[in-house]
Design a binder for this molecule. Structure first.
Ligand SMILES: [Zn+2]
Ligand SMILES: [Zn+2]
Length: 134
């Protein structure tokens, strides 16, 4: 049995900090048009937690949300602009940026969304997906 763990994360300036419990779900990269433009980088790295298992603990509470699609909302710090979260309407999951986590080094992406749209020079080795292991 995997013991649910406590994870913490924060933005660069520390206005927003969070704690999430449980097993991080589906760590993956995304190279969609929105992720690359928002980050100014070839991909963003995301991992999911149950929405009710994440709480905001910093002085500024929840991040500021910006909708990149009518149904998809991305949270960032209004002071330091760190990208923190992505939430889809109707989902019970919240995605957090892997590198906002204190223990980001423990997670490796198992997938790469919009890989075909990624920069042609980007070459990565994905971790084996535990959910697809037989
Ligand atoms: Zn900040
Ligand atoms: Zn994306």
């Amino acid at each position: 049995m995997v013991v649910p763990d406590l994870w913490s994360g924060r933005c660069q300036c520390g206005d927003h900090t969070y704690e999430a419990s449980g097993i991080p779900d589906d760590p993956h990269l995304c190279s969609c048009e929105h992720c690359t433009r928002l980050s100014g980088a070839p991909a963003m790295a995301w991992v999911g937690f149950r929405r009710d298992a994440l709480k905001w603990t910093g002085p500024a509470g929840e991040p500021t949300y910006f909708s990149t699609w009518p149904t998809l909302h991305r949270g960032s710090c209004s002071r330091c602009r760190t990208q923190l979260t992505s939430v889809a309407d109707g989902s019970d999951m919240i995605m957090v940026t892997i590198f906002s986590l204190t223990r980001s080094g423990e997670l490796a992406p198992v997938g790469h969304s919009y890989r075909e749209a990624a920069a042609h020079w980007m070459s990565i080795t994905l971790a084996p997906d535990p959910q697809r292991r037989t």
